[in-house]
Write a new protein. Structure first.
Length: 147
């Protein structure tokens, strides 16, 4: 299995190097001006990146589920439930109206739902960061007291 993975990594590396050299050979102005050149040079890189991303996500999911079923599923479900609780608290409790109408591109603006989810993500991050800092502080104080 290790040999197959090494061969796969070498093949991916060689393909990436070939695509990189092809892009470096062309001038920046030519790539910016010609759509056909953009398609022939940039698209293979993107497809390679999508394939690698897909393989990575698939492997992460496989190993996650294998780890869940081999380990203590009760602790895993409690952790997932607590994370979902933090997201729900952030969504319903804190994420308010951050405003709409922000330009996300030349033709689109941020919707109310988008603004709400951005606020939810921010508050979820704040709550989890605070929990991590508090747990590190408590751990340090406990170690200082016991030793």
């Amino acid at each position: 299995m290790t040999r197959i993975l090494n061969i796969f990594k070498i093949v991916i590396g060689i393909l990436a190097a070939i695509f990189f050299v092809r892009i470096m050979i062309e001038s920046d102005d030519a790539i910016k001006e010609q759509a056909s050149l953009q398609t022939s040079l940039i698209s293979p890189d993107l497809y390679l990146a999508y394939i690698i991303l897909g393989i990575t996500v698939l492997l992460v999911l496989i190993f996650t589920f294998v780890g869940i079923f081999r380990g203590n599923i009760k602790k895993t479900l409690i952790s997932v439930g607590l994370f979902a609780l933090v997201v729900l608290i952030s969504y319903f409790g804190f994420a308010g109206d951050f405003g709409t109408g922000f330009s996300t591109s030349d033709t689109e603006t941020l919707s109310e739902s988008g603004a709400l989810w951005i606020g939810t993500g921010l508050y979820t991050f704040y709550i989890l960061a605070l929990a991590a800092i508090v747990s590190m502080f408590v751990s340090t104080v406990k170690k200082a007291i016991t030793s």
